[in-house]
Design a binder for this molecule. Structure first.
Ligand code: F6P
Length: 335
């Protein structure tokens, strides 16, 4: 930018995540506190294309820190993936006099932000972008944590605890599908936390005999009369797994797909606090004029990373957690 930042935009894009509002609130209040005006872009990147915006003041974000969803609305914009769409968006940036944008979302959101900034540079203008990772999937390579993950885990755990009550009474098997897109973080954390009989994740090739049949058999041998199988959506369909259990184990499981309930609800302390810190850091990063960045969590610290480098990062799946799950399962205790 080189020049003083006077006005920035903030938007939420992609799938919503609990804690997005806390991040928006932090961006708005930090900006205003630093003497910078803040415009809320509504409905993700579509808002920039369609000039759909709202002027933010400290009071527009009052009483939002505790709310799930996103007050700015969100969308997955196909038009923004085109040069023409981004050209329209740059027109809105010019009209609004935006010096920078804070984009809250996942990988797709950040790719869009980078494409916008590059296209602006080709046009001889300057729009700096800063990304804040928010998705219940926790699947962003550059950050150990993404806003919304903790709340989604707690929501899934609460639902599964309830399922366990009825499964226990009827001595049944429950197969529960959790979200996570192509990643198994949600399933693994939830599986450990509910003491699941078996957990299927995309990061580990599923061997039905080893991962399901033997686990149920071992639990049965150990005296258990109810079984909880957690399936990450990326590892397969809970309905299919349920049918396979019926056919190969000879029991009659009940299948629950938790679905979008995992995306809603009041954010937990972890998500509110992380979102507040990341929102603050995003604005301070824009003001430091260090270039396009992503705000990330590294070992509990909030850091800002060069956006291009950050988008190329991959995180190692935490297989040590899978080992914990295995060690605590009945299979590990059969002599
Ligand atoms: O990325 C968040 C997420 O909830 C994934 O876990 C899931 O696969 C996807 O979004 C669902 O998307 P939609 O809300 O478009 O159905």
């Amino acid at each position: 930018m080189g020049t003083k930042v006077k006005r920035i935009g903030v938007l939420t894009s992609g799938g919503d995540a609990p804690g997005m509002n806390a991040a928006v609130r932090a961006v708005v209040r930090t900006a205003i506190n630093q003497g910078v005006e803040c415009i809320g872009i509504r409905r993700g990147w579509n808002g920039l294309i369609n000039s759909d915006f709202i002027c933010m003041t400290p009071s527009t974000v009052s009483h939002t820190i505790n709310k799930g969803g996103t007050v700015l609305y969100t969308a997955r914009s196909k038009e923004f993936m085109t040069v023409e769409g981004r050209q329209k968006a740059l027109g809105t940036c010019k009209l609004l006099g935006l010096d920078g944008i804070v984009a809250i979302g996942g990988d797709g959101t950040f790719q869009g932000a980078l494409a916008l900034s590059r296209q602006a540079a080709e046009n001889g203008t300057d729009i700096k972008v800063v990304g804040i990772p928010a998705t219940i999937d926790n699947d962003i390579g550059c950050s150990h944590y993404t806003i919304g993950f903790d709340t989604a885990c707690n929501t899934a755990i609460e639902c599964i605890d309830k399922l366990r009550d009825t499964m226990q009474s009827h001595e049944r098997c429950s197969v529960v599908e959790v979200m996570g897109r192509h990643a198994g973080y949600l399933a693994l954390y939830v599986g450990i936390s509910v003491g699941a009989t078996a957990v299927l994740i995309p990061e580990r090739e599923v061997d039905f005999q080893r991962d399901v049949v033997e686990k149920i058999r071992d639990a049965r041998l150990a005296g258990s009369t109810h079984y909880m199988v957690v399936v990450a959506e990326g590892a397969g369909s809970a309905i299919d797994i349920g049918k396979q259990i019926h056919n190969e184990v000879g029991i009659d499981p009940r299948v629950t797909v938790l679905g979008h309930i995992q995306r809603g609800g009041a954010p937990t302390a972890r998500d509110r606090e992380t979102a507040s810190r990341m929102g603050y850091e995003a604005v301070m990063t824009l003001l430091r004029d260090t270039g396009n960045s992503i705000i990330a969590m590294h070992d509990g610290r909030i850091v800002d990373l060069d956006m291009e480098e950050a988008l190329a990062m991959k995180k190692n799946f935490q297989m040590d957690r899978y080992q914990v799950l295995e060690a605590l399962s009945y299979s590990a205790h059969i002599i």
